[in-house]
Design a protein around this ligand. Structure first.
Ligand code: ADP
Ligand code: MG
Length: 480
């Protein structure tokens, strides 16, 4: 399908950059890089869609770094990213490959000192990377001028669009050179972005690498059904079973994120939190400690779902189901990057199981139900069989002393005690089984009781202002 390109030099990337790439073990362009680099080098407008973790960052950074005139003290390229974390990640990539060839990079992100950023801006760094909020602020006070900017990139373009809408994006684009080059990228480029692209771009090159295939093929998708009160315990058992080095645990609510963190730490699962409302320094520290392996579980809202590239992230857990299949794609996309193996596990109640079937249908990818039984991950049928086999061998044991003992060592709060009773003999998955069989299926299987449920279809377009939980979710909660 795509022509096999063996080397970056064949695409027009120079010696200095290819040498720098080699230092990081990157010797062969990925398919999206092979497709996007030549038109970007030519100065064409580009719409690029490929799965998460396929190397979209370098697909625009390499040609743009190549084209920047390092001799000129001018800000020539602007990259817009939806979150502070993603913007900083792009800054680091820019520095990594740009600094050796004399290119200066700056990050303009919210939460950090504007004064310092303005000071640095005076030196007119060649590559400017920013979040929409801070960019808007600096543009409106005329601290940032775009009149020398030749190229504007919207990384995770659909998310930027959803945050502020078309007018906001147009506002950000205004002020740049009239014949500026525009580049939009995402794993999910919907009609909104394509509409904006057709208005703002000139004869764009549409590079889609299997655009209909949104999920990385190297990731396996599972879900476990449990009762609401057993979510954390199910998570504990999933982590114990797979024993990954690092896990991101996605939740839908900022309000209860600290409680989840406390419960996990209480279970000995070293967890910390990342969400939109916490301050910039905390966010940056937490993420860098997570990257360096100082703790194992990052409990995060969807603020961490876009674009983050965390080496060694083997498991993504959706402790609350994703808001829709697009959110699912980006959350799950934190693992299984560049062909590495990944696992995405959703923990749902019986009444939410239909959401998994819906995502599976919409994404045309199997999302398979699994059950935990005595530490093993089995099909629900197999788990049921083993359980009924076990109960035939051992007559009913209302209070399993060994499981109680286990619970006491880990759970002491009343909340923990209440779910501790579902260990062992009354296994959470098992106690759900009869209900599951009786539950209606399909879209009318009852609204999910938690705010994890679907919002109105159009709701996702409301601005979420970088604040952890999507705004529609907060709106929905406030009306509940
Ligand atoms: P995307 O933006 O598509 O989600 P990223 O640009 O974050 O993906 O890249 C994912 C990972 O792959 C990063 O760790 C990046 O360094 C690495 N990578 C990028 N290009 C290549 C390549 N050509 N060969 C090997 N690894 C690459
Ligand atoms: Mg990316």
């Amino acid at each position: 399908m795509t022509k096999e390109i063996e080397q970056f030099t064949q695409l027009g990337i120079g010696e200095a950059l290819t040498a720098a790439l080699l230092e990081y073990g990157i010797d062969k362009p990925s398919p999206i890089q092979a497709e996007a680099i030549p038109p970007i080098l030519e100065g064409r407008d580009v719409l690029a869609q490929s799965q998460t973790g396929t190397g979209k960052t370098l697909s625009y950074l390499l040609p743009l770094l190549q084209k920047i005139d390092a001799e000129k003290k001018e800000s020539q390229v602007l990259v817009i990213a939806p979150t502070q974390e993603l913007a900083m990640q792009i800054v680091r990539e820019g520095e990594k490959y740009g600094a050796p060839i004399g290119i200066g990079t700056i990050g303009l992100i919210g939460g950090a000192s504007a004064a310092r950023q303005v000071e640095k801006l005076r030196q007119r760094p060649h590559l400017v990377v920013g979040t929409p909020g801070r960019l808007r602020e600096l543009l409106s006070t005329r601290k940032l001028k775009l009149h020398e900017v030749r190229t504007i990139v919207l990384d995770e373009a659909d998310q930027i669009f959803q945050m502020g809408g078309a007018d906001d994006v147009r506002g950000l684009l205004k002020g740049a050179l009239r014949d500026r080059q525009l580049i939009f990228l995402s794993a999910t480029l919907g009609q909104d972005v394509r509409g904006l692209a057709s208005r703002e771009m000139r004869d764009p090159v549409d590079v889609g690498i299997e655009p209909e295939q949104k999920l990385a093929k190297s990731t396996q998708h599972l879900y476990f059904v449990c009762q609401e009160r057993d979510r954390i315990d199910t998570l504990r058992r999933v982590v114990r079973h797979y024993n990954p080095q690092r896990v991101i645990v996605f939740v839908n609510q900022t309000e209860t994120i600290a409680e989840v963190e406390a419960k996990l730490n209480h279970l000995g699962l070293e967890a910390r939190t990342l969400y939109g409302d916490s301050d910039k320094v905390t966010r940056a520290t937490v993420l860098s400690q997570f990257r360096s392996g100082k703790f194992r579980l990052l409990v995060a809202t969807d603020v961490a779902a876009r674009g983050l590239d965390i080496p060694g992230l083997e498991l993504v857990v959706h402790l609350d189901p994703a808001a829709d299949s697009e959110h699912y794609v980006h959350r799950a996309g934190r693992t299984g990057r560049m062909g590495r193996k990944g696992l995405s596990v959703s923990i749902v109640t019986d009444r939410q199981a239909f959401i998994m079937r819906k995502f599976s249908r919409e994404l045309d990818t199997p999302i398979v139900e699994r059950a935990l039984y005595e530490g093993a991950v089995l099909s629900p049928e197999e788990a049921d069989e083993r359980r009924s086999g076990a109960s035939r061998r051992t007559p009913k044991k209302p209070a399993d002393p060994s499981s109680n003992k286990r619970n006491e060592t880990t759970a002491s709060s009343s909340a923990a005690r209440s779910h501790a009773s579902s260990f062992g003999a009354a296994d959470p998955v098992r106690s759900e089984a009869p209900q599951r069989a009786a539950a209606p299926s399909g879209a009318n299987a009852g609204k999910p009781s938690a705010p994890a449920g679907r919002g109105p279809k159009g709701g996702k377009k409301q601005p979420n202002k970088d604040k952890g939980a999507p705004k529609w979710l907060k709106d929905k909660r406030s009306t509940e």
